[in-house]
Ligand binder design. Structure first.
Ligand SMILES: Nc1ncnc2c1ncn2[C@@H]1O[C@H](COP(=O)(O)OP(=O)(O)OP(=O)(O)O)[C@@H](O)[C@H]1O
Ligand SMILES: [Mg+2]
Length: 277
């Protein structure tokens, strides 16, 4: 189910084959004593070059879904296709930024950022010069020789964003990448990400808890509910880019933010009600 923001024009229909197709995907974690249905019947398409956000309460399966796209978690049902073939996104085509920075404490900032080049056997000199550019981009110029513990949590997360971009992947999977940043840095990084997206034509799958952030950045917002994790609604945001802070105040954006908020709080009260049954 896709809903367009009423006050803006409709986006072009997606006739071409999508870059990523998720069809009927489900995940049940089976433990020694219990089973958790993390996701049920998830289907959506991601067009090449688009920015797709996932919004939903804690535990609705956002991280699980991204990890399935990356081939890090198996599917219980359904299928994932990438460029028309039934497979997850190949490692060389994808950069991942996790919820926590997940840096290697014994490696310097430079060697953490160039880690994908080691794994993918890329040219070391090129990787170093690209890492220096990326350090500038994320505002950490001059910090390449530091160890992770000599950086703040927000700075560590910025290192992990640079690492995700190192090999210039076609697809970026970002799991709450800005969660550890202060509000102002977060806003700056959001606009940086929008710039990177526009300039590079990368496809970005982005998990966030911030509704305004998702509305500002996305072409498509997938709102997930919990118990079980499932899609409540998909929104398209075909507003022109670049989007600015002022756009956030526009009626179209305000309307969609309010609707997502209402949808999520309705889902939350229903699932709390179910628990009480
Ligand atoms: N390896 C695992 N084994 C068992 N259950 C798991 C595993 N990984 C996740 N789960 C369960 O699956 C559900 C979805 O977890 P997931 O981490 O994907 O949620 P999320 O939407 O990313 O939450 P958050 O916003 O808190 O990061 C949760 O109920 C979680 O407990
Ligand atoms: Mg998560």
């Amino acid at each position: 189910m896709t809903q367009d923001v009423s006050s803006v024009t409709k986006g072009p229909p997606s006739g071409a084959e999508p870059l990523i197709r998720i069809e009927g995907v489900g995940k049940t974690f089976v433990g020694a004593a219990d089973r958790t249905v993390a996701l049920r019947d998830i289907s959506f398409d991601v067009e090449a070059g688009s920015f797709v956000s996932f919004v939903g309460p804690s535990g609705c399966g956002k991280t699980t879904l991204l990890k399935m796209c990356a081939g890090l978690i198996s599917l219980s049902t359904g299928s994932i296709s990438y460029r028309g073939a039934r497979r997850p996104i190949p490692p060389g085509d994808m950069g991942m930024v996790f919820q926590t920075a997940a840096l290697m404490p014994w490696r310097t900032v430079m060697r953490n950022i160039t880690y994908p080049a080691d794994v993918l056997h890329l040219d070391k000199r090129e990787a170093r010069s690209r890492a220096l550019e990326l350090l500038k981009l994320v505002g950490l110029e001059g910090k390449e020789s530091r160890l992770p513990q000599q950086l703040s949590g927000g700075q560590q997360q910025r290192v992990s964003i640079a690492r995700g971009l190192l090999h210039d992947p076609a697809v970026l999977l970002m799991d709450e990448p800005f969660g550890a940043l202060d509000a102002l840095t977060r806003e700056d990084m959001g606009f940086e990400l929008q710039r990177i997206h526009q300039q590079s034509g990368k496809t970005i799958l982005f998990v966030t808890h911030s509704i305004p952030e998702s509305v500002l950045l996305s072409d498509q917002i997938i709102v997930l509910g919990t118990r079980p994790g499932r899609i409540l609604k998909t929104y398209r945001v075909p507003l022109p880019r670049p989007r600015t802070i002022e756009h956030l105040q526009s009626p179209g954006m305000q309307e969609i933010s309010a609707e997502i908020r209402a949808l999520l709080s309705d889902n939350e009260s229903r699932s709390v009600g179910m628990l009480g049954d």
